[in-house]
Design a binder for this molecule. Structure first.
Ligand SMILES: [Zn+2]
Length: 453
C-alpha cells in the first residue's frame, strides 16, 4: 500500500505521515461546545476525521481517537439562562442530541470523549506549570498566558506579533500586560460555574481545556490534531503555546489538519441570513447517509456547498451504488487498492467516491470480486453499510420542498384529463412542469407512473 500523505497546516504542504509509534497512532479533534444543536458545517469535521481514523485503523494496530466535549463556556451559561434551565440540564440534553446526530451521520464514537468539567485538576496543574516557567501571570483573579514569552508563537497561523497586536481588539482589558495575551483562568461570580483554585474561585479558558485533555489521554506530544479552519487562530495557536511551553516541547502534535467551510447554496451559513441548518433538521429531511455522502463529495480542505442539488446528487449516487451491492450484506476485508490510493493522498474523498462508482460499474457487469471490493471500500467512508432493500425502505423526502407525492398525483390526473380533452399543449405543459421538479413520467398501457430523477 502507498504511504499516507497529509496536508500539514504547520508546514503548509503535503507530507508523508510518519507516526511517533507506528503501533499506536494518536489523534485529537476539537469537539463541540454543548449549548445547542450542531449544524451541517460542524458535521463536516466529524465525518471527515471519522474517515481519517477508519483509514488509519486499516494500517496501524492501534489508533486512539480523542474528541472532547466543552461543557463549560459562557455561551452555555447564557443559553441556559435564556431558556430558564440549569446548565447541567442544557449540557446533558445537548450531548444527547449530539450523539444522536453523530450516529445519524454514520460516524463511530471516538475512543475517548472527555468532558472539560471532569479535567479541571489537570487544567489547574498545567496553568501552575506555566506560571512557574514564566509563561503565564496572575492579575486581578485572572491568569493570562504571556504571548511574548514564546519565540515561536504564531507559527501555525503564520502571524507575526505585529499582526496580532494590530488584530487585537482596541479595548484591552486592564489586567492584560499585552493585548495578545489570552486567558487561562478567569474568576466566576456566584451565579457562574466555578471551581476553587490557587487564583480564587473561577473557571478555565477554552484553550487550556484542549491542551489538558489532549495531554491526559495522548501524552505531551502526539501525532495528529484536527479541527475546522476557523480554529487555527486563536484556538489551535493557543493550544500549541500552552502545551509546548508547559512541556518544553517543540510540538504539541506533529500534523495539524483543518477542514474547509460549508456554505448553503453558495452563501456562508450565518445567523443573520437565517440559513443555518442543524444536523437534526437536515437528517429529518434527508437520510443521514445522504448527508454523509454529500459532506464527503468535496475534498475536505476545499469549501463545500451543500445545495439542494448537492444533496440530490449524493442521494442519486448512493442509489446507484446500492443497486450494485444489492442484498450483499457481508463487509469483507477487501479494500480496493485504487480506492485506498485516493484516500491515502490527503483524504481525496471525491476521487475515492468516483472509484466506488467504477467498482459499481464492474459489479453490474458481473466482474468477480467487484461487489466485495465495493462494499469493503465503501466501509472506509462509512457508506453502503445496509443492503439495497434496507436503503430503499428508509424514508427520504429529499424533494419535498419542491413538490410532494400528492401534488404529483394531482398533476398527473390533470394531464390525463387534458389528454382526454385532446388539449395536448396543456398536457405537455404539465409534463414540463414536473420535469423541472425532477419528476420523470412514464406512460405505459396501465397508465402513467412516475419516478424522481
Ligand atoms: Zn480544541
Amino acid at each position: 500500500m502507498n504511504v499516507l500523505r497529509l496536508y500539514n497546516t504547520l508546514s503548509g504542504k503535503k507530507e508523508d505521515f510518519k507516526p511517533i509509534d507506528p503501533a499506536h497512532v494518536r489523534v485529537y479533534a476539537c469537539g463541540p461546545t454543548v449549548y445547542g444543536r450542531i449544524h451541517v458545517g460542524n458535521a463536516r469535521p466529524i465525518v471527515v476525521f471519522d474517515v481519517l481514523v477508519r483509514l488509519l485503523r486499516l494500517r496501524h494496530a492501534k489508533v486512539t481517537y480523542v474528541r472532547n466535549i466543552t461543557d463549560v463556556d459562557d455561551k452555555i451559561n447564557l443559553r441556559a439562562a435564556e431558556r430558564g434551565i440549569s446548565i447541567n440540564d442544557l449540557c446533558e440534553e445537548t450531548i444527547k442530541t449530539f450523539h444522536n446526530d453523530t450516529a445519524r451521520l454514520g460516524s463511530f464514537d471516538p475512543d475517548i470523549e472527555p468532558r472539560a468539567t471532569h479535567h479541571i485538576d489537570e487544567m489547574q496543574a498545567m496553568i501552575t506549570t506555566l506560571i512557574e516557567k514564566g509563561h503565564a501571570y496572575e492579575a486581578d483573579g485572572h491568569v493570562l498566558f504571556q504571548v511574548s514569552s514564546m519565540d515561536t508563537y504564531g507559527a501555525l497561523s503564520q502571524r507575526s506579533m505585529d499582526d496580532m497586536i494590530a488584530g487585537a481588539r482596541v479595548e484591552v482589558a486592564p489586567y492584560k500586560r499585552e493585548a495578545a495575551d489570552f486567558i487561562l483562568w478567569k474568576p466566576s461570580n456566584d451565579d457562574q460555574p466555578g471551581w476553587d483554585s490557587p487564583w480564587g474561585r473561577g473557571r478555565p479558558g477554552w484553550h487550556i481545556e484542549c491542551s489538558a485533555m489532549a495531554k491526559a489521554y495522548l501524552g505531551e506530544v502526539f501525532d495528529i490534531h484536527a479541527g475546522g479552519l476557523d480554529l487555527i487562530f486563536p484556538h489551535h495557536e493557543n493550544e500549541i503555546a500552552q502545551s509546548c511551553c508547559a512541556h518544553d516541547s517543540k510540538h504539541m502534535a506533529h500534523y495539524w489538519l483543518h477542514n474547509g467551510f460549508v456554505t448553503m447554496n453558495d452563501e456562508k451559513m450565518s445567523k443573520s441570513l437565517g440559513n443555518i441548518i442543524s444536523v437534526t433538521d437536515a437528517s429529518n429531511k434527508y437520510r443521514g447517509e445522504t448527508l454523509r455522502a454529500a459532506l464527503l463529495s468535496a475534498h475536505y480542505r476545499a469549501p463545500l456547498d451543500l445545495s439542494h442539488n448537492a444533496m440530490r446528487d449524493a442521494r442519486n449516487g448512493l442509489d446507484r451504488l446500492y443497486r450494485a451491492v444489492g442484498e450483499f450484506a457481508a463487509v469483507p476485508d477487501r479494500v480496493d487498492e485504487e480506492f485506498a490510493a485516493c484516500l491515502l493522498d490527503d483524504l481525496n474523498t471525491p476521487a475515492a467516491l468516483a472509484r466506488l462508482h467504477e467498482l459499481a460499474g464492474l459489479a453490474n457487469k458481473g466482474k468477480a470480486g467487484a461487489c466485495e471490493a465495493l462494499k469493503s471500500s465503501a466501509a472506509v467512508l462509512g457508506l453502503l453499510q445496509q443492503t439495497a432493500n434496507e436503503w430503499a425502505r428508509t424514508d427520504e423526502t429529499v424533494t419535498k420542498d419542491d413538490i410532494d407525492d400528492t401534488a404529483i398525483d394531482v398533476l398527473i390526473m390533470a394531464r390525463k384529463q387534458a389528454r382526454a380533452n385532446r388539449d395536448f399543449a396543456k398536457a405537455d405543459e404539465i409534463r414540463d412542469q414536473l420535469d423541472k421538479a425532477d419528476i420523470i413520467l412514464e406512460d405505459n398501457v396501465d397508465g402513467t407512473t412516475w419516478r424522481r430523477r
